[in-house]
Design a protein around this ligand. Structure first.
Ligand code: AMP
Ligand code: ZN
Ligand code: FE
Ligand code: FE
Length: 281
């Protein structure tokens, strides 16, 4: 079983990198990618935690914004951790999340909601990439809402009046930096239409020209017809097809390995990185 998209306490997941690897081992996952939002902070703990037969793929999920303001998530796997442009990109995106969070809180307070930046900081593991799930946790703690899931169906959804975007690279910029850093780029949950505005099929040519390697087709946020449309684009553009859980621990309903990638597709994707970077015990 190959799961190429998961989160830890280094962003908005609830398992530490070590806990996640142990869980993956106990569930018979053969290849696991750790892809925290806009950070490689979990990589060193994850490397140390590798044991048994599991193969660890280190990566990150980069938050991007198109010129039209559409939110796109780009998975970068197997890139060189010490690549300076890549670390700069990740750092700038993380930094952009702080003023954005303050603005969202301001909008909520203006409508009388009980929430502050201090509450959100208290809900966040130290060193984690700040995100809306931490705001959701603080709102749950303050009794404003019942769960993260409820938050994302209303108050914190991309279409909500409280939603604010943050400074982020375009998808093409992210792909180009991932590839220059030797890694491979997978567009994550591209047609997850219930999250907000999404790309159209015509937008994929530009991504392919920038060096896109793969499309995440099998993801819980895609309907059968959305999967079919993405699969057709992948076949037409000769891109690798992946599937993954987007596991977040208790922070989301997604269970580890609920969607997976075929071995043949994974081998093809891995061969497109500029060095062999899969971590084994
Ligand atoms: P942000 O990166 O701050 O814009 O927040 C987006 C994050 O919220 C993504 O990583 C999603 O995984 C997470 N998210 C989206 N929907 C839900 C949900 N229903 N429950 C928990 N987390 C969610
Ligand atoms: Zn997340
Ligand atoms: Fe995502
Ligand atoms: Fe994700």
């Amino acid at each position: 079983m190959i799961d190429l998209h998961t989160h830890t306490t280094c962003s908005d997941g609830t398992d530490s990198p070590r806990e996640l690897i142990n869980k993956a081992l106990s569930q018979g996952i053969d290849v696991l990618a750790i892809t925290d939002h806009d950070t490689t902070a979990g990589w060193s703990e994850a490397r140390k935690a590798v044991r048994g037969d599991i193969e660890l793929v280190l990566g990150a999920e980069i938050s991007c914004l198109t010129h039209d303001g559409i939110s796109v998530h780009m998975l970068g796997l197997l890139f060189d951790e010490n690549n300076a442009p890549m670390q700069k990109l990740l750092e700038e995106t993380r930094d952009g999340r702080i003023p954005r969070m303050k603005k969202m809180i301001e909008l909520m307070r203006a409508e009388g909601m009980n929430i502050s930046m201090e509450d959100v900081e208290a809900a966040m593991p130290p060193g984690a990439t700040l995100g809306r799930p931490h705001l959701a946790d603080a709102l749950v703690k303050n009794g404003v809402i019942a769960s993260r899931d409820e938050a994302f169906q209303g108050l914190l959804n991309n279409d909500s009046r409280f939603y604010v975007s943050h400074a982020a690279p375009t998808p093409e910029e992210a792909i180009s930096i991932i590839r220059s850093a030797g890694g491979v780029a997978i567009i994550a949950h591209a047609f997850a239409s219930h999250r907000g505005q999404i790309l159209g099929a015509q937008d994929f040519q530009g991504l392919c020209d920038a060096g896109l390697n793969a499309i995440e087709v099998n993801h819980r946020d895609h309907s059968d017809s959305e999967r079919e449309m993405l699969r057709a684009i992948a076949i037409e553009q000769n891109l690798v097809i992946t599937g993954s859980s987007d596991y977040h621990g208790n922070g989301k309903l997604n269970s580890l390995g609920e969607n997976s990638t075929d071995l043949e597709q994974w081998l093809r994707l891995e061969s497109q990185a500029n060095a062999r970077r899969v971590v084994k015990a």
